[in-house]
Design a protein around this ligand. Sequence first.
Ligand code: C5P
Length: 229
Amino acid sequence: PAIATVIPAAGVGKRMKADKPKQYLPLCGLTVLEQTLHRLKQVPALQQFFLALSPDDPYFPELSVAADPQIQRVEGGAERANSVLNALLQIDAKAYPWVLVHDAARPVVRVSDIELLIDSCIEAGQGGILATPVRDTMKRASDTAEQTVEHTVDRTGLWHAYTPQLFPTALLRDALQQALAQAVAITDEASAMEWAGLPVLLVQGHADNIKITQAEDLALAAFYLEHSV
Ligand code: C5P
């Protein structure tokens, strides 16, 4: 079945404290966004890309990929979930029964992990996400200003959720639209599906699929880009 790809890239990257949004910072000779596109384009099943950009984004037209006919620009929204929904509303769910959503800010996702996610979900007939089991001991902070530990959380069954996330297009669009209309907190696509009572598979990927968030993440991403595939 055909898969459309949505790339939310309309964030401003406040935590980065850089002069431009993090998706446009340099990484191994290209921008973060171009490296992300480069990884996604190595997956033959992905042919059509919907890129959510801030309406007044001045950086994208400067990139070599700006004229790529496989990439369609859509207007981003106030939050990541709004950006993704705007893109989903542009996609013909009959032509593209599945949609893969991947953060522009995750440039080192392994091609083999993307393919594992696609194969696992399509074989199961269910949506799913790349994730890894939590390795560290997890603490819940007390809500005092001192930030002392309230207790240790049992990490059995806890996973880190990454992107890409792959879902049936119409189900995700409707779940996201309804969840946003009811002001449910949505930090990834899976949270909308969970809220709607729909299944989400956990597909084990690799922890090097980091999201560029702070300045120090760029050096690590550069290392991973050169050492993983
Ligand atoms: O800020 P955060 O790291 O959670 O952003 C994850 C991804 O969502 C980034 O690629 C960012 O550009 C995108 N985003 C978006 N629209 C927003 C906020 C973030 O497309 N309003």
